[in-house]
Write a protein that binds this ligand. Structure first.
Ligand SMILES: Nc1ncnc2c1ncn2[C@@H]1O[C@H](COP(=O)(O)OP(=O)(O)OP(=O)(O)O)[C@@H](O)[C@H]1O
Ligand SMILES: [Mg+2]
Length: 294
């Protein structure tokens, strides 16, 4: 086993039995690893199993088959190493597509963002937590006046930003973000992706970023895995994947990116796998107007 791998899956399968005749093979045999400190992008069309993968590796689901290792120790199945499971729980923070909707309606924004500190063995004192909280509010573009509000009193976009603040506040070792900005306004998307990138560079956490938007992936990921029907069909360093995609599905995904180049635009053909129009080049255009690309 590669000692640099923080997360590894071997022949992972996650099947959902709907009834006697129907089983959905959401994950159907994935084997790969994510290296310590790596920014790994997972892409693929809607329904290919990305969210299921995120839920499996964070321990929400019990895999149907296969194994998941965290820092080299088994964290799935009956023989899971309890210490490693606990370590994963402490070190891994998640933001899901629907995180905003899942916030506890009875807690204030402040309580929600500070909650992950509660399970930390070595948590900073209350004053330090407050300073971190204020900084994080600023980073996600929310005024301190939101701190005493409840999720029901703020917009969906603001709730998602609270979920993101919560995922980053403890300086986690591993962040799993499943389309974390899909529900946000385009200008906020760029700001939040820049924030993830900024915090990642500063603290070096391992980052699994699940995205539809290939231009976001291209912008911040070291390596990209392309999923199709519950399987990885291609995995490569980002530059390599974008310059020389090998699998036809990857080629199709890439052909759907909007590239702001008139000659390229004219010659570009959208291949048949295209399902949605990604935000494309607009992301980088917007990001340029923000603080990160200065
Ligand atoms: N808990 C579940 N029970 C039954 N089927 C499920 C469950 N979760 C996911 N599925 C099915 O598994 C497949 C993969 O779903 P998943 O949500 O992982 O896809 P995805 O790649 O995240 O899609 P999207 O890009 O739309 O978020 C889909 O066919 C979905 O309907
Ligand atoms: Mg999903």
């Amino acid at each position: 086993m590669d000692k640099n791998l923080i997360l590894e899956v071997r022949d992972l399968k996650q099947h959902f039995r709907i009834n006697d005749r129907l089983t959905i093979k959401a994950i159907d045999g994935m084997t790969f690893g994510i290296r310590q400190g790596e920014v790994f992008g997972l892409v693929g069309e809607s329904g290919c199993g990305k969210s299921t993968f995120a839920r499996a590796v964070t321990g929400i689901y019990r895999p149907t088959e296969g194994e998941i290792f965290y820092r080299g120790a088994l964290v799935s199945g009956k023989k899971a190493d309890a210490n490693a499971v606990r370590q994963r729980q402490i070190e891994m923070q998640t933001v899901f597509q629907d995180s905003a909707a899942a916030l506890n309606p009875r807690m204030t924004v402040e309580e929600i963002i500070l909650e992950p500190f509660r399970i930390l063995p070595n948590r900073p004192d209350a004053q330090t937590q407050q300073a971190m909280l204020r900084q994080m509010m600023e980073n996600v573009g929310m005024a301190p006046s939101f701190l005493q509000k409840h999720p029901g009193e703020i917009s969906g976009g603001q709730r998602q930003r609270v979920a993101i603040a919560r995922s980053l506040i403890t300086d986690p070792a591993f962040v799993v973000a499943d389309e974390p900005v899909a529900s946000l306004d385009i200008s906020i998307q760029a700001q939040i992706i820049s924030l993830f990138q900024h915090v990642q560079k500063e603290h070096g956490f391992t980052f699994l970023l699940i995205a539809h938007d290939l231009s976001v992936v291209r912008f911040i990921c070291d390596r990209v895995g392309v999923m199709l029907h519950g399987k990885l069909v291609e995995m490569a360093p980002t530059k390599e994947l974008f310059s020389n995609p090998l699998h036809p599905y990857t080629q199709a995904l890439l052909s759907a990116i909007h590239v702001p180049d008139p000659v390229y635009e004219r010659n570009k053909k959208i291949l048949e796998y295209d399902t949605k129009t990604p935000l494309g080049g607009t992301f980088e255009e917007i990001a340029k107007d923000h603080w990160l690309l200065k």
